[in-house]
Design a protein around this ligand. Structure first.
Ligand SMILES: NC(=O)c1ccc[n+]([C@@H]2O[C@H](COP(=O)([O-])OP(=O)(O)OC[C@H]3O[C@@H](n4cnc5c(N)ncnc54)[C@H](O)[C@@H]3O)[C@@H](O)[C@H]2O)c1
Length: 434
C-alpha cells in the first residue's frame, strides 16, 4: 500500500473509457475549453462540467441483412449538457464514427446552441456504419433499431436528434415513426430535419448552408472584402457545402475549387454550383464533373482564395496543411474541421476563422424553429423562417465579434466565452442536485 496521501478529488478529467494518449476530437474540444478558462471569472468554478458529458449511451444495433445474415453495428447517443434545455444534435452514419468523436460533437452542440442562444443543451449520435454499403431496406432497419435502442433517452422534451453526415429527411421520418410507434402516439417533435409533409420546416434543408453564407458575408463586410467576385473554395459538397456554394455563387462569388470524398476540382473563372449539385445528386460525388478540371487532392488546400469553407468532416485543417493555406477568411461549415495547432498557425498568418459553433449554427436554429412549429402545430412561411434565421445569425456574429475585439482573442475563443458563460450561468442558477 502506498503511504502517499490521496486527494479527495481525483483527476478524472480524462475518462477511463477514452485512450488518454489519443483523445481524438474530444482532445481538440478540451483544448478549446481550456482557452476560455481565464475569461470566465467566478463561473470558472463550474468549468469541469463542460469537460464531462452528462450521459453516454452505447448501443448494439443488430439487423438482418438482405442476404439473410445478421450484422451488428455500434451506435452512440451522447448528451453533453442539458442545463439550458433538452439535448439537441444530429445523428451521423459513418464507418469511422468513434465515441470520442460523438462526445466532441455533442459538446460543440452545447457551445453552438448557447452561442446562438437557442434554449437547448448539446447532444449527438452516431452509428459506425457505411450507409453506402446498405440497401434501402437495411438502412431503414438500422435506423429503426438504433432509434428503439436510444428511445430510452430521447424525446421531444429531453433530446431531439436531427440529420448530420449521411443522414437525411428520410432517416428522420423513420426515426420519428419508430419513436412514435413505441410511444403509441405521433410525436413529430422528437426529431427535426423531417420531410415537410411530416412536420418539417420550410428552409431547414438549406439552413446550415444559408447560415454559412450569412456569416461569410458579415465577415467579408467587416474586413472590407467584396462578396461579388470573391474566390471561394469548398471542401464537402453535400448539404452544407453544396448549398453554401450555390448561395455564394448567386451573390456573385466564384467557386474556384471544390473537394469531396470522390476527388477535387478547379476552375479559375468559377464553376456552376447548381450544375455541380445536379451532377452530385446523379453520381454521388464531384468526380467526373465536366464543368471544371480535376485537381490533386493535396493541391486543394494551396489554391489562392478569399473565402475557404471546410464543410466535410473534422480535423481537415491541421498543422500539416495550415501553413500552405492562402485565404483571407475561413468559414467553418463542418464541425471541428480545424485543430488547435492549425488555429494558431492561421492566426499568425492573419487568416480570420469564423468558428463552426457560429458559422454552421443555421441548421440548429431552423431546427429550433421546426420544433417550435411542431409544438404549436402552426407553420411559418419560408420567408419568415429565412428572415428569422438571418437575424439570429447576424446577432450571434455581432456579439462574438464584439467579445473578440474586447479581449483581443480569436472568434473561436470569443464564441466559447459567450457560450460557456451562458451554460455555466444556467448551471450556477440551477444549483447542484441534490
Ligand atoms: N447538415 C446540417 O444541418 C449540419 C449542421 C451543422 C453542421 N454540419 C456539419 O457539416 C459537415 C457536413 O455535413 P453535411 O450535412 O453537409 O453532410 P453530407 O453527408 O451532406 O456531406 C458531406 C460531404 O463531405 C464529403 N466528404 C466526406 N469525406 C470526405 C473526405 N475525406 N474528404 C473530402 N470530402 C469528404 C462528402 O463527399 C460530402 O460531400 C459535417 O461536419 C456536419 O457535422 C451539418
Amino acid at each position: 500500500m502506498s503511504s502517499q496521501p490521496q486527494s479527495a478529488v481525483p483527476d478524472l478529467s480524462i475518462p477511463s473509457y477514452l485512450n488518454a494518449d489519443n483523445l481524438g476530437p474530444w482532445g481538440n474540444y478540451l483544448r478549446q475549453v481550456d482557452r476560455v478558462a481565464p475569461y470566465l471569472g467566478s463561473l470558472s468554478r463550474w468549468l469541469e462540467t463542460l469537460k464531462r458529458p452528462k450521459r453516454i449511451l452505447i448501443v448494439d444495433v443488430p439487423i438482418e441483412l438482405d442476404n439473410g445474415t445478421v450484422a451488428h453495428f455500434e451506435g452512440y447517443r451522447v448528451q453533453h449538457n442539458v442545463s439550458r434545455g433538452p439535448g439537441k444534435g444530429g445523428v451521423r452514419y459513418h464507418q469511422d464514427v468513434t465515441l470520442s468523436e460523438v462526445m466532441a460533437l455533442s459538446a460543440w452542440m452545447s457551445v453552438k446552441n448557447a452561442a446562438v442562444n437557442v434554449p437547448y443543451g448539446g447532444a449527438k449520435g452516431g452509428i459506425r456504419v457505411d450507409p453506402r454499403k446498405l440497401s434501402r431496406g437495411e438502412l431503414e432497419r438500422v435506423t429503426r433499431r438504433y432509434t428503439s435502442e436510444i428511445g430510452i433517452i430521447i424525446g421531444p422534451n429531453t433530446d431531439i436528434p436531427a440529420p448530420d453526415v449521411n443522414t437525411n429527411e428520410q432517416v428522420m421520418a423513420w426515426m420519428m415513426d419508430t419513436y412514435s410507434m413505441n410511444q403509441g402516439q405521433t410525436a413529430t417533435g422528437v426529431v427535426t430535419g423531417k420531410p415537410i409533409a411530416l412536420g418539417g420546416s420550410l428552409g431547414r434543408r438549406e439552413a446550415t448552408g444559408r447560415g454559412v453564407f450569412v456569416v461569410g458575408c458579415e465577415a467579408a463586410r467587416r474586413t472590407g472584402l467584396a462578396i461579388e467576385g470573391a474566390r471561394v473554395a469548398v471542401q464537402g459538397f453535400g448539404n452544407v457545402g453544396g448549398i453554401a456554394a450555390r448561395l455564394f455563387q448567386e451573390a456573385g462569388s466564384k467557386i474556384v475549387a471544390v473537394q469531396d470524398h470522390t476527388g477535387s476540382l478547379y476552375k479559375s473563372s468559377g464553376m456552376d454550383a447548381a450544375a455541380l449539385l445536379e451532377h452530385v445528386a446523379k453520381t454521388g460525388g464531384v468526380a467526373g464533373f465536366t464543368g471544371a478540371d480535376p485537381l490533386a487532392n493535396d493541391e486543394f488546400w494551396t489554391i489562392e482564395t478569399d473565402i475557404l469553407i471546410p464543410a466535410a468532416l473534422e480535423n481537415q485543417i491541421t498543422e500539416k496543411n495550415a501553413g500552405k493555406i492562402r485565404t483571407k477568411i475561413i468559414v467553418e461549415g463542418a464541425n471541428g474541421p480545424t485543430t488547435t495547432a492549425a488555429d494558431d498557425i492561421l492566426h499568425d498568418k492573419g487568416v480570420l476563422v469564423i468558428p463552426d459553433v457560429v458559422a454552421n449554427a443555421g441548421g440548429v436554429t431552423v431546427s429550433y424553429f421546426e420544433w417550435v412549429q411542431d409544438f404549436s402545430s402552426f407553420f411559418w412561411t419560408e420567408e419568415e423562417i429565412n428572415q428569422r434565421l438571418e437575424r439570429v445569425m447576424r446577432e450571434a456574429f455581432a456579439a462574438v465579434w464584439q467579445v473578440a475585439s474586447e479581449h483581443n482573442v480569436s472568434m473561436r475563443t470569443a464564441a466559447f466565452i459567450v457560450a460557456c458563460k451562458r451554460i455555466l450561468m444556467a448551471r450556477e442558477l440551477r444549483g447542484l442536485y441534490p
